[in-house]
Structures are given as C-alpha cells and as structure tokens.
Design a protein around this ligand. Sequence first.
Ligand code: ATP
Ligand code: MG
Length: 326
Amino acid sequence: MTRRISGFTPSGVLHLGNYLGAIRPIVDGTGHTDTVVFISDLHALTLDHDPALVRERTLEFATLLLAAGADPDRHLFLVQSHVPEHAELHYLLECTTGYGEAQRMIQFKEKSRRQEQIRMSLLTYPILMAADILLYDADEVPVGDDQSQHVELARDVAYRFNTRYGQTFTVPRAVHPPVGARIMDLTAPTTKMSKSASSVAGSLRLADDPDTLRRKVMRAVTDDGRDVVYDPDRRPGVANLLDILAGCTGTDPVGLATGFDSYGQLKRAVADAVVETLGPLRKRYLELSDDPAHVRGVLRTGAARAREIAQRKVRTAKQAIGLLPA
Ligand code: ATP
Ligand code: MG
C-alpha cells in the first residue's frame, strides 16, 4: 500500500483551498493509500509567532480535521510536537544535509526577506520536513509547487543517508494536485487563498457560518466584461469562482461556464455549493468544539500509535549513523 503524508501548519486559519486541495483527498482515500495526517506545530515556530495562538490553532486544526472526516482509526493522526522523534530525526538529517543545500531553498529566500530577525529554524525547516516524511516511510507527499523543492531535498537526503549508512529510509516523491485545484483569494484572485496571507474577506474559512460564506462569495472580485467564461489568465476572478463551484460539485469548470448568464447568477450558485460543502463539516466542528477533552484524547492515542513507528525508525537511523545504543 502506498503511504502518503500531509501536514497542516497552524500558521493561520484553514480555508476552502486547504479542504478541496488537501483535506478532502485524504478523507476520500480510495483505499490505495494510507495517510499520515499531522499538525505541524513545530513549523509554526519558524516565523514570528504568538505562543497562545499557536496552541489554540493546533487544537482548532485537530478539531476541524476530525470534523472534515480525518479518521484516527484509518490514518495516523498526530500533532508533530507530541512525537519527539520528529525533532530527534531532524538532528540526524541535519548531519546529512549541506549548508548550501538548505540555503538554496527558494522559500527560505522569500520568507527570510520579509523577516527582521531570521530564525535559524527557518533555514532548517525543510530538513525537519524531511524528517516528518522519512520517519514514516512515506512514499508520496502531496504538495503545491511552492513545496516541491523541499520534497526534492527530502529525496536527496534519504538517498544520501541510505548510500552512506545503509538502507534506512523510503525515498519519497512529490505528487501534484491537478490544474485548477488551486483555489485563489476571493479579493485578489491572482494570488492563492492562504492560511497566513489571505485577508478575512479573501478566504472562505472552514469554520465560517453560512451567512458569512455567502457574503464573502457575493463580494468576491470579478472581472471586466459580463459573460461567464473560463479564462484563468484574463478573467482570474470568474475562473476562480468556476473552480470553486467545480471543486465543490465534482464537475468541470469549462463546461460549467456555459450554464450562466451573469456574474450574479454564478455567485449565487457558488455560494450555495460552498455552504452545502462546508455545512456538515461546520456542524460536526461545533459539536466537537464542545468536547475538547475528547479531541485531546484522540490526539494522545494518535501520538502513541505514531511513536511506535517513529521510535523504530529513529533507532535504526541512530544505529546506522554510528551512535552507540543505550
Ligand atoms: P500558508 O499560508 O501558511 O502557507 P497555506 O494555506 O498555503 O498556508 P499550507 O499549510 O501551505 O497552506 O498547505 C496545506 C495543504 O493545503 C497543502 O497540501 C497545500 O497544497 C494545500 N493548499 C494550500 N492552499 C491551497 C489552495 N489555495 N488551493 C488548494 N490547495 C491548497
Ligand atoms: Mg502554503
């Protein structure tokens, strides 16, 4: 069976793009894959952060992922910091990665440009990501283009470790979502909807109530012209609405475009589809939010299961790299 791994960093608020692009494919899993789903809280410490907010969002992410259908019986489901082997393997992989390799990462260059104080962890973050992946012998890592280079690094590091110290890790590969699976910001449709960068109005948040979702869709930026056509380059706003509708209803955006005479009509259909898609998720989210102790129990069990696998892998890696067993 192919194993996939998907991480969610509590660096902002989960949105429809995360759901359609990452969460739903996990939940819909056809049985050909087993998936590790984790909340990458350690990654949220690589940029300026508010401690209380990271803690709060970690619980909120866990609640939303469960509400969306993440199933701890079917998936390994854990918070990264609850499994200390992530950090332990990170160190061993730091000893397998060149400084130049880490420094070359485009995300590091981009994110560090925007920081007054650059944390060391921002530089080493892709190596922690490699540890996340290699710890569980994941075969596939679903990522957007922005993360492809990090999966390449994980491949290089795994291959190098195996070659130098003996077969230890599965060499993972990146898998990319189909074109059109990227949901764009409603108020700035040439940039993607993002947890950390989108405005409140630009992002359809998973926990938004139906009225809020409708209002945001109705106020979404559209383009000059009036006819509804699917043209992401020249009509990004309308194309995004069609992508959202297609994503929610499992249809094709090009075919959908012919069915609408006005932007207003399209927006109403999108609002209905979004509310219908997220309604059951929100209902379950509100129920689970009333019982945070239950969610935390699920996380404890998930971490214990993950640790059994992670401890074995770290033991093998330590032995291979030359550490004396205790
Ligand atoms: P951040 O702003 O912190 O980078 P993000 O919204 O980009 O947050 P990530 O944590 O980077 O979210 O990604 C989590 C998962 O969601 C990844 O699998 C990513 O490909 C997917 N994803 C993120 N944004 C979108 C989007 N706008 N449309 C479709 N999929 C998305
Ligand atoms: Mg991102």
